[in-house]
Each structure stands twice: as C-alpha cells, then as structure tokens.
Write a new protein. Structure first.
Length: 301
C-alpha cells in the first residue's frame, strides 16, 4: 500500500472514530484540570481579588512569583510534585485508552458506542501497559545515551570555550540526534500498538519486536505515514497562535475600567477556542493511528 492511500484511508477512518476522540479529549481535560487545581487554589489564596490578581491576567510576573515563593515556602515544590504525578498518570491512562481507539479500526463500518469502547479498552489494557513499560525503557535509553552521555561529552569539549556560538553549534547535533531518537521510538511504539490490536494474540514483546523490524525495514514510508497527520496536528497550534488577536485580548484583560462582563467573556471564549484546538489535535492523533493501521495492515498483504 502506498503512503498517500494509507493516509487517505486513515483520515476517513478517523472521521468514524468520534467516540475515541471525545474520550481522549475529555479524559485528558479532566486530568489537566485536576493537576492544575492545587496551583489554582494556592494562587487564589495568595492574591484573592486584589489588583495583583488582575495584573496577572495580562501575563506572568517574575516579581509576583518571587513574592509567592518567599511567602509560601515549599508550595512550588509541592505543586511540581503534583503535576509530575499527574503527568505519569496521564501517560498510563493514554496508553490504556489507545487499545479502545485502535480496536475501532478492526471494523470501521460498525458503530462504536461508549460501552463497546470501554470493553475494547479493558480487553487490551494489560498488554498496553506492558508495552508502555517497554517504551519508557526505550525513551530512558535514548535520553541516557544520546542526551546525557553525548551532551556531557560535548560539555567537556567546550568547557573552556569563550564563544557562546561555539557552544551552541557544538550542542546542536546532540539535540538533533536526541529528537530523532525520540521520534523513532514514537514510531516504533505506534506501530507496536497497531500490531498488538490487529493481531489479537500478540504479546507486548512480540508486538514491539515486530514493530521494530517493520519500522526499520520500511523506515521512509512508515515515518511519512506517521509524520504527515502528526504535523497537521502541530499546524493547528501555529494557526491558533497566528489567528488569535492577542493584542486585543491583553488590552481587555486586567483593564481598570470597562464592561464588567468583558473579562469573563474573553476568558471563556479563549478557553473554548483552546479546547477546540486540543480536540482537533486529538482528532489528528487518532488519524495518525488510523493511517498507521491502514499502512501496516496493507503492507502485510
């Protein structure tokens, strides 16, 4: 199967996988809200409804952060620990939910309700968790060998350098190689998830090894199928950044005078717009899986 055909089929399959898209979006939105809630309460207790809270609407203030950390010792460390814990939980939850999303592609013409999605998610949950552990080990290897070891070696070579540009150009290849390593691990993990659900009797290790061989053997095409929908999702963020009238938003927030409902309305519209962008990104994430499913299954004949 060609790359264009796989992506075209994947986009069509993603349009029929709305249940998975909405579940991913709502679950991750809930996790993000829960992780931010302690930080929100801490800021609210510290600033209340003072003028400082209004000025924070316009942007981040280093002076406020210094004052907050001095008067609330240990708070930032606790908030960081909470966010890190929720970050790990998010990785686990998304790994489990991937099984329910991918199972939709086994018979894309059949409707998939929430009950079917939950059953499919539970069916592949433990194998997805084991596959996630293998992926985390691979990410650790990439950062340990490429980023930390090579980066440390470059640090030794440039220890006595007096030109910042020399240090930058010396570290740039390390950053590029690390990013390429992470992208390759992402690629292998995606096709491993596809293999695990497509071949119902596959174990996590079998799916990982099969995906590794497939990704290496068809690297250029497999990578293209992975990158095009993923880059379209990233393009949404660029469009959002360019289209949103940030100057007008900043002018309306924290203003001393004006319509009393202007700030809540602007914040509500901004929040809704941001969630639409995130929903679109999850749709393209599902489209990436669907394209990979089409290419992997079609390449096997």
């Amino acid at each position: 199967m060609g790359v264009g055909t796989a992506i075209k089929q994947g986009l069509g399959m993603a349009r029929r996988a709305n249940t998975g898209v909405w579940v991913l979006f709502l679950v991750n939105l809930g996790l993000a809200a829960l992780s931010a809630f302690p930080f929100y309460r801490g800021i609210l207790r510290f600033t209340g409804y003072s003028l400082e809270s209004r000025s924070l609407l316009r942007g981040f203030s280093e002076d406020w952060l210094t004052d907050f950390s001095f008067n609330s010792p240990g708070s930032l460390q606790r908030y960081a620990a909470v966010i890190a814990a929720f970050g790990l939980l998010t990785i686990l939850v998304n790994a489990i939910l991937a099984g329910g999303v991918l199972a939709r592609f086994r018979d894309p013409n059949q409707p998939q309700g929430l009950g079917t999605f939950c059953r499919d998610t539970g069916r592949y949950a433990w194998r997805m968790v084991r596959l996630m552990v293998l992926g985390l080990i691979c990410y650790w290897i990439v950062f340990r060998l490429l980023n930390q070891s090579l980066g440390g070696l470059v640090d030794k070579w440039t220890r006595d350098a007096t030109n910042d540009r020399t240090v930058f150009w010396a570290h740039l290849p390390v950053v590029i190689v690390t990013v390429l390593g992470v992208v390759f691990v992402n690629l292998v993990m995606d096709y491993a998830k596809v293999k695990l659900v497509l071949d119902d009797d596959s174990s996590a290790v079998e799916a990982f090894l099969a995906s590794l061989g497939f990704s290496l053997g068809k690297l250029r095409k497999a990578l293209t199928v992975y990158l095009i929908p993923a880059l379209l999702g990233i393009a949404l963020l660029v469009i959002y950044r360019l289209v949103v009238p940030w100057d007008a938003i900043h002018a309306s927030l924290g203003a001393a005078a004006g319509w009393r409902y202007l700030e809540p309305l602007v914040l509500a519209l901004l929040f809704i717009g941001q969630q639409i962008i995130m929903l679109g990104r999850y749709w393209f994430r599902v489209a990436t899986w669907a394209s990979e499913w089409s290419y992997y299954s079609g390449s096997r004949g």
